[in-house]
Design a protein around this ligand. Structure first.
Ligand SMILES: [Zn+2]
Length: 431
C-alpha cells in the first residue's frame, strides 16, 4: 500500500512518540515491577496509585474505586481501580483506554526473574509485559502525546487501570460499569489495549459456559467395591460419552466470526478439572473408600451462531443418554457462569478510526479478529450498554500467560501512534 502524506498533526504526534521511546520502555518496566498476581490480587493498590500519580502529573483528574465486596476483595487484597480523565477545553466525545493491571501466576518455567522487567533484543520481558502492561504504557504515551500536540481539543480522554480481568473482571470493569463509568454520556468510545497484535482489531469474543457436573455413587469399603457404586467410574463413562458424541459434534460447528487462532473457529470444550474420592492434601496413605461423588468442571466456548440454551442441552443430552443406558447412573449439573458472545460492528466509529490509523502507520489494512476467550468488553457491552468498543494493542496473543512473556518495543511504539491518531479521529471526526 502506498503511504499517503501525513497531516501536520500526525507528523507532530509521530515525532513526539518517537521522542518518548525511552519513557515508554521505563513506564512498561515500572508497571511490570508491581507483581500484580491474580489470584489473590497482589499489589493492586500500589500499582493503581503509581498510575494515578503518573497521570496526575500529566494533568489528569484521578479517582480510585475499590470494588468493595466483589469476589476476593479484602483489606489485605483490596480491589483498587483507577480512572484518570483529562478534560479538553470544552464538551465533546470521550475516548477511553481500559487496561487491566492484574497478571496471572508465574508458573515454574521462566528462565529469568519475571518481575525484573529485563530489556533485551528490543523487547521488554516480564509477567504481564504482553498481557497487558505494554499496551497500558502505549496508551498512556499516546494520550500524553495527543494532549501535548493538540492541547485545545474538545472532549475528554480517559485512561483506566482495572483489576481482576483474569478472574472475570467483577471487581474491576464490571463494578465500574455498574456505577455508570462505562456508559454514555460519560464515555463514548473504548479501546482495550489487550495484546492482539499491532495490526489487528479485535471486535469481540466467543461465548462461555462453565458448569460443574457431578456423578453420584454409593460409599463402601474399597476391598468390597461391589457393595458400593463408584462415582469415578461413572465419570469415566461421562468422559467416553463426551469423546464419542459431544466432541465430534463440537468439531463440526464452524463459525463465520473471524476468530483467531484457527482452531478456535470451532466450538470447543475444555475439561478444567476432575475431583473424585479422598482428599489428597494430607501426608501418608489414603483410606480405602469407594467414592460416592465425582465432580468435573467444564469450560465450553461457543460461537455467535449458537445459543446458550442449545449449548447446555447438548451436554445434558449426553448425560441423560447415560442415565437411560447405564445402570445406576445419576448426575447433577450446576451452572457456574456464562458470557454471551459479543461482536462490535465493523462500521462502528472506533473500528473505523483504528482501521484508518493502522493503514496510515503500518501501511497495510488491518485484520479483523475475534478473541477465543472473553475479556472486559463483555461488561462494557452488557452492563455499560456501550457497543463502540474494541480490543487493540501491541503484543503477540500467543505469548500471553506463558513463560518468558515479552512485548516488542517497536510494536508498542507503532501501536501508540495508531492510538494517538485514533484519538484525534474519534474526538474531531478528522482523519
Ligand atoms: Zn489480558
Amino acid at each position: 500500500m502506498m503511504p499517503k502524506p501525513m497531516s501536520d498533526l500526525h507528523e507532530n504526534l509521530t515525532r513526539r512518540i518517537d521522542d518518548q521511546i525511552t519513557a515508554l520502555v521505563a513506564l512498561t518496566q515500572d508497571l511490570i515491577r508491581f507483581p500484580t498476581i491474580n489470584p489473590p490480587g497482589e499489589d493492586y493498590t500500589p500499582c493503581a496509585e503509581y498510575l494515578g500519580q503518573r497521570l496526575k502529573r500529566a494533568g489528569f483528574q484521578v479517582n480510585y474505586f475499590r470494588g468493595e465486596g466483589t469476589p476476593g476483595d479484602s483489606d489485605q487484597y483490596p480491589r483498587t481501580n483507577v480512572i484518570a480523565r483529562y478534560e479538553g477545553r470544552g464538551p465533546g466525545p470521550t475516548v477511553h483506554f481500559n487496561s487491566h493491571i492484574d497478571v496471572v501466576e508465574v508458573g515454574h518455567d521462566w528462565t529469568m526473574d519475571p518481575f525484573a522487567a529485563i530489556v533485551r533484543d528490543g523487547r521488554v520481558y516480564g509477567r504481564g509485559a504482553c498481557d497487558m502492561k505494554g499496551g497500558l504504557a502505549a496508551s498512556i504515551i499516546a494520550a500524553e502525546a495527543y494532549i501535548a500536540a493538540n492541547p485545545d481539543f474538545y472532549g475528554a480522554i480517559e485512561i483506566s487501570g482495572t483489576v481482576d480481568e483474569e478472574s472475570g473482571g467483577y471487581g474491576g470493569v464490571a463494578y465500574l460499569a455498574e456505577k455508570g463509568l462505562f456508559s454514555k454520556p460519560r464515555v463514548d468510545h473504548v479501546i482495550i489495549p489487550e495484546p492482539l497484535n499491532k495490526d489487528r482489531i479485535c471486535l469481540g469474543h466467543r461465548g462461555v459456559w462453565w458448569a460443574e457436573i457431578e456423578t453420584l455413587g454409593v460409599q463402601a469399603h474399597g476391598s468390597m467395591p461391589f457393595l458400593g457404586d463408584c462415582a469415578v467410574r461413572h465419570m469415566g463413562a461421562v468422559l467416553s460419552a463426551f469423546e464419542d458424541q459431544l466432541y465430534p459434534l463440537l468439531a463440526s460447528k464452524q463459525t463465520q466470526m473471524p476468530v483467531v487462532p484457527e482452531g478456535a473457529k470451532k466450538s470447543t470444550m475444555n475439561i478444567n478439572s476432575i475431583h473424585g474420592g479422598n482428599e489428597e492434601s494430607h501426608e501418608g496413605f489414603p483410606s480405602a473408600n469407594v467414592p460416592e461423588s465425582c465432580r468435573m468442571v467444564i469450560d465450553r466456548r461457543y460461537l455467535l451462531e449458537e445459543d446458550l440454551a442449545t449449548v447446555k442441552s447438548e451436554v445434558i443430552a449426553v448425560l441423560d443418554g447415560l442415565k437411560d443406558n447405564r445402570q445406576n447412573f445419576d448426575y447433577a449439573i450446576r451452572d457456574m457462569w456464562d458470557v454471551l458472545p459479543t461482536m462490535t460492528e465493523r462500521d462502528a466509529p472506533v473500528v473505523q478510526a483504528v482501521a484508518g490509523a493502522i493503514e496510515e502507520v503500518l501501511h497495510k489494512k488491518p485484520d479483523y479478529v475475534i478473541s477465543p476467550g472473553t475479556y472486559d468488553q463483555k461488561h462494557i457491552a452488557r452492563i455499560g450498554h456501550l457497543h463502540d468498543c474494541i480490543a487493540y494493542g501491541p503484543g503477540i496473543l500467543d505469548l500471553a500467560h506463558r513463560a518468558d512473556e515479552y512485548v516488542v518495543i517497536d510494536d508498542m511504539v507503532e501501536s501508540a501512534k495508531v492510538m494517538a491518531f485514533a484519538i484525534h479521529q474519534l474526538l474531531t471526526g478528522a482523519k
